[in-house]
Design a protein around this ligand. Sequence first.
Ligand code: ZN
Ligand code: ZN
Length: 400
Amino acid sequence: MELIQLTPQLHFIQFPVGHAYLWHDPDGLTLIDTGLPGSAPHISAAIHQVGHQNADVRRLVLTHFHPDHIGAAADIAGWGDVEVLAHHADAPFIRAQAAGPPPDLADWERPLYDQVTGQATSEVAQQPPAPPRIDRELGDGDELGFGDGAVAVAVPGHTPGSVAIYLPRHQVLFTGDAAARTPDGTVMGGVFNVNRAQAAASFRRLAGLDVAVACFGHGDPLTDATAAALRSAAERLPADTGNAHPGALHKVSTVARVIFMCGPAGSGKSTVARQYERQGMTRLSFDQEAWSRGITAMPLPDDVHRDIEASLRARLEDLVRAGSDVVLDFSFWSRRLRDDYRDLLRAWSPRRCTWRPTAPPCCGASATGRPATATTSSSAPNSRPSTSTTSSPPRTPRAR
Ligand SMILES: [Zn+2]
Ligand SMILES: [Zn+2]
C-alpha cells in the first residue's frame, strides 16, 4: 500500500488492485472503496499516517459490488459510527443475497480478464469478502453528506449499480470502475462491463462533468488537464456500440458534427444549409432526394415519403460513422421525427449536434438558436448567410 496526498483534503490509498480514497472534512473522514479482502489493516495504517484514527471514519461509500472494492468493507463498517452507502442496484450483491452478474466480455478483453482474474482470484479465493451491511441505498443524484455537497452519479454498465461520486465544489470525481487509467496514463472507459453500451453512456456522462481531479478504481488519479482527458476518451468511444477497444484508444476523434435545419417552408433553411455545404459539410435534403427520383409533385405519397426518409437516415448514419459533418436540410415539423433523430444521434454521440432554427422559430426549446440536444456547443457559422444565394426550392415536404 502507498499513501499519496492529492489535495489538502484528499489522499489516494494505492493498492496493486482496486484503490481506495480518503476524503477529509472537519467533522471526519469518508472512505471511498476498500480494496481486496484483507486490506483493512493497510487502510487503518493510512488513516494513522495522516494523523487520524479508525473511529474518525464517518462513512464508507462503495462504488460497486466487486471484491476489489468491497473487500474490507465489513471490517471497516465495524470501526465505529460508520455509515455504509452503496447504490441500490448493487446492494443485493454487496450483501451477498444474490450473485452479481458476470461481465459481457469483448473479444479483446478476454486475455486481459484472464490475466487480471488470475492475479486476483488467488487472493480472493483464499478470503472471499465478508458481506458488509449497507446503511443507506443510493439513487442517482442523492447527496452523500460530505465534501461540501458530494452527490451520487449513477453510472450503470460496469455493474448494474455502479455509482460515481462527484464533489462539484471541489471538482473531484471518484469514478469507481466506470473509468480507468492505463499504466501509460491513458484515460479510458471501464472494462469488464455487464452492459457495454450502458457503460459507454455512463462514461460519456462522467466526461460531461467539470472535473479537476479524477480518482479511478484502477490506474493513477489524474490531476492535470483532467476534464479534457475525460472528454477526449469519451470521443474515442466508438459511436455505435459504445465498446471501448484498445485500437480506438489511439484513434484521433473524427466524430461528426451534425446540424439540424429547422423552420417552415420559405424560412430560408435551404439557403442556410447550402452555406454549410459550401463550408464542407454534406447536405442531406428531402427535396433534393425527391427531385433526384424525378418526383416534383407535392405532397409526397406516404410510402414515397417513408422511403426517402429511410434512405436519408441510412446515409446520415453512414456519414456520421465515417466522421463526416452533416447538415440536415429537413423540416423537423413533427415532434416524433425530432425526438427520433435526437435519440439516434445521442446513441452515435457526434461531437457537436445543433438545432439551427430559421425564422419564424420552431422546435420549441431551440427557438433561441441555442443547441437543443444533449451535446455541446453551437456550431453555426460566424456570419449569417445571405438569403439571396439560392434557387427557390419547392414546398418542403411535410415530415410525418
Ligand atoms: Zn475494480
Ligand atoms: Zn469492478
